[in-house]
Design a protein around this ligand. Structure first.
Ligand code: ZN
Length: 391
């Protein structure tokens, strides 16, 4: 049976909003036809009409489903290093509880209109949850290894874990510049040059990361000491972490830089000169949770950089809701139009994950899912705006 949906505006994202537009969808969720107000007058079937705007399903490009059991366990605003230490100390828990929390988190994401997720993992526990979910998952096995001598071993283990996620989409990716040595970056680069391997990395989530790269100083020194890690081999790079790792990233391969809270304009220019296929992902609620600071989001809006949005995990976010992330961006950067952030939260994420043939915009033949956003006035969200999954 074909269903018809309409609202004050239909926002396809790939094109201009359509006032009182109607979209028809078949049983498998495939978009059959899009009508403007005039052509909709020919529809004789009942139309489900809503107040608000209809947008495509959200694409969340950064999450850690396997940390869901750490919801509301850690205090806010303690900084990244304290957060990492807490995660390391508390991530181990009863497997059943971990899985239960993941199932719940997956359900929350579905309810909040999320249809696709880029999800970082350290273990295979999330596989069953992902197989059963209606959400499309791309799993990033995050590789962590700062000791050059162990690079090969870490890489091989990561590749094995990636294999365990088959038939789901998966790749191996560096965790962060402070947790991956050059040798491990090299393993990842060589592999990505041979195989299809989508990349992501946590970037400049804390100023400590820049301090460590520039001067080999700051809180990371004590962090490594606590972990009994000998970093004698490491030489200060006299520039920010991002500028130091960019040459280690393979050419022509898509990479998602996540957070970018302490990325400077100089870093952005540097990245652009290097000509890598850079995508920027913002997780504003997690940044406020951990560092109480936001990236200079509007600084990245040039040169057609692909910008996406992520929720990060429930360990550093009260909820897994893309609309809430958009609301935080809107509140802090009121000059960024809603239609722009909606594109970041849908089509741009789908493009990065390579699933824009099916997801990310309301277009004939796609199966993007449909969300209703309420309390929108002149394409501006209010504090009362909510997302309701229509399909
Ligand atoms: Zn993360």
């Amino acid at each position: 049976m074909i269903k018809f949906f309409s609202a004050d505006y239909l926002v396809p994202v790939s094109g201009e909003p359509i006032k009182e537009g109607v979209v028809s969808v078949n049983e498998s969720g495939e978009i059959i036809k899009i009508y403007d107000r005039e052509s909709a007058s020919t529809i004789i079937e009942p139309i489900e009409k809503h107040k608000g705007i209809i947008v495509p399903g959200f694409v969340n490009t950064h999450c850690h489903l396997e940390l869901s059991h750490l919801h509301q366990k850690f205090p806010k605003n303690k900084g990244l290093i304290s957060f990492i230490k807490s995660v390391m100390a508390e991530r181990k828990a009863d497997e059943k509880k971990v899985v239960e929390a993941m199932v719940k988190a997956d359900k929350i994401m579905v309810e909040n209109g999320i249809v696709a997720v880029g999800d970082n993992v350290n273990n295979a526990l999330s596989k069953e949850v992902k197989l059963k979910s209606s959400i499309y998952y791309h799993t990033f096995v995050e590789l962590i290894g700062f000791e050059p001598g162990k690079a090969k071993e870490v890489f091989d283990k990561g590749l094995e874990l990636k294999g365990q996620f088959a038939p789901l989409a998966a790749s191996v990716a560096p965790h962060a510049s402070y947790s991956v040595c050059k040798e491990l970056f090299k393993e990842i680069r060589e592999y990505s040059n041979k195989e299809k391997n989508l990349l992501t990395i946590h970037n400049q989530e804390s100023e400590e990361e820049n301090k460590f790269y520039r001067y080999k100083s700051g809180e990371f020194i004590d962090f490594y000491k606590d972990m009994n890690l000998d970093i004698e081999f490491y030489k200060p790079q006299a520039r920010d972490s991002l500028q130091s790792i960019i040459p280690l990233i393979p050419k022509g391969k898509k990479i998602l830089l996540v957070h970018n809270t302490y990325t400077s304009l100089k870093d952005v220019y540097f990245v652009r000169r290097f000509g890598r296929d850079i995508n920027w992902c913002f997780c504003p609620n997690a940044n406020l949770y951990i560092e109480n600071r936001l990236p200079k989001v509007d600084m990245f809006m040039f040169d057609d950089f692909n910008i996406t949005i992520g929720t990060d995990s429930l360990a550093s976010n009260d909820k897994l809701c893309m609309l809430s992330e958009i609301q935080t961006i809107t509140k802090n950067f009121p000059s960024i139009p809603l239609l722009t952030t909606l594109k970041w939260a849908t089509l741009n994420g789908a493009k990065f994950l390579g699933i824009d043939r099916d997801f990310g915009s309301i277009e004939e033949g796609k199966t993007p899912g449909l969300n209703l956003i309420t309390d929108v006035k002149d394409f501006t969200l209010s504090a009362e705006s909510k997302v309701k999954k229509l399909l």
